[in-house]
Design a protein around this ligand. Structure first.
Ligand code: NAD
Ligand code: UFG
Length: 347
């Protein structure tokens, strides 16, 4: 299938692009590189031995998006492009609503005009809000608690309305839990700019010596060890979930919602310990106050994805940490060192 991958130079997008190419699909990546480096795609090329067709385009530039579709032949779109930092979305809500919601609207208009009506969308478990009802099932009420989460909820609503209005659309809303890890080669991985917001990249940067210690946000939650529990999922399992969803929606018009998680929760302390084992030395941490807005426990009921797609996550927390560490230890500064050394990034 010829697939357009928006945000394909980013963390989850680059791993999914790799899996698509390995699965024999033809891929065109659209990304403005606002939170990524084209180096990730060069490494995908190195790993697959195939070239990645890359268009440096901003989804907010409607005519440039139209021009990509004018090339013709696309059979589906996997839409990762978006901003994802919760704290930044609270500080800059207009930037988030514009980039994520307006960017998606531009994409949908171009798809409609080109007659491309298959879409796999990156939603998030954040749409469930701070629900205490675990495991989370797809029919749980949505209640995003910050502007980032609301962009995901709003896009889900827009896509549901579109599917309702025009039965030719096939749309998969994939609600990811907590993506971590890296491709087992250690060549591609997560490369956050600035201070990481999420636990795993922060722990990895402490383990590699870029930061002093992890601050554990709260040790008085009603959980076995008092720290927050999340459903961490290996990014390669997540990538496989996209291929499964894509395969499912072909020939099945409608709007589908699937949780992509393992169904198993791990505490912050369990993650820090597992990462220390993978790195071969303990990761220093200290307890700090709770982070406002955090739920005590969040994990998926992934049974719908298993029943419908035949998909489930296979990699455990130890593998997630080993693969994340391989990437981090071989690329302590992420892609930056390479792109600086190479000079201008090819676009
Ligand atoms: P990422 O930042 O690594 O990748 C997103 C990519 O989109 C980047 O390469 C960025 O440059 C690009 N992009 C952003 N705005 C764009 C625009 N207007 N035009 C073109 N390109 C644009 O993030 P990721 O972790 O790979 O996340 C991918 C998607 O999954 C996002 O939509 C995110 O909200 C969602 N998601 C991520 C997580 C997570 O924890 N990583 C969890 C749930 C959902
Ligand atoms: N945590 C720490 N210290 C840190 C960072 C995180 O103790 O430095 C804790 C948090 O309090 C939480 C757990 O580690 O208990 C996981 O936190 P993350 O920030 O990694 O992940 P969240 O589950 O809070 O949220 C992330 C994204 C959301 C998304 C959600 C599910 O920020 O947008 O994953 O995909 F919805």
């Amino acid at each position: 299938m010829k697939v357009l991958v928006t945000g394909g130079a980013g963390y989850i997008g680059s791993h999914t692009t790799l899996s698509l190419l390995e699965g024999g699909h033809e891929v065109v990546v659209l990304d403005n590189l606002m939170n990524s480096s084209a180096e990730s795609l060069r490494r995908v090329e190195q790993l697959t031995g195939r070239s990645v067709d890359f268009r440096k385009v901003d989804l907010l530039d409607a005519s440039a998006v139209d021009a990509v579709f004018a090339e013709g032949g696309f059979e589906a779109v996997i839409h990762f492009a978006g901003l994802k930092a919760v704290g930044e979305s609270v500080a800059k809500p207009l930037m988030y609503y514009t980039n994520n919601v307006a960017g998606t609207l531009n994409l949908l208009h171009s798809m409609e005009a080109a007659g491309v009506r298959r879409l796999v969308f990156s939603s998030s478990a954040t749409v469930y809000g701070a629900s205490e009802e675990v495991p989370l099932v797809e029919k749980a009420p949505l209640d995003a608690t910050n502007p980032y989460g609301r962009t995901k909820e709003q896009i889900e609503d827009i896509l549901a309305d579109l599917g309702e209005a025009d039965s030719r659309w096939s749309i998969a809303l994939l609600r990811y839990f907590n993506p971590v890890g890296a491709h087992e080669s250690g060549l591609i991985g997560e490369d956050p700019s600035g201070t990481p917001n999420n636990l795993l990249p922060f722990v990895a940067q402490v383990a590699v010596g870029r930061r002093d210690m992890v601050r554990v946000f709260g040790n008085d939650y009603p959980t076995p060890d008092g720290t927050g529990v999340r459903d961490y999922i290996h990014v390669m399992d997540l990538a496989a979930g996209h291929l499964a969803a894509l395969g499912y929606i072909v020939g099945r018009p409608g709007v589908y919602r699937w949780n992509l998680g393992t169904g198993r929760g791990s505490s912050v302390l369990e993650v820090i310990e597992a990462f220390g084992k993978a790195a071969g030395h303990p990761v220093p941490y200290e307890f700090a106050p709770r982070r406002p807005g955090d739920a005590a426990v969040s994990y998926a009921d992934p049974s719908a994805a298993l029943a419908d797609l035949g998909w489930s996550a296979h990699r455990n927390l130890a593998q997630m940490c080993e693969d994340h560490w391989r990437w981090q230890s071989r690329n302590p500064q992420g892609y930056a060192a390479v792109t600086e050394a190479a000079g201008a990034v090819a676009e």
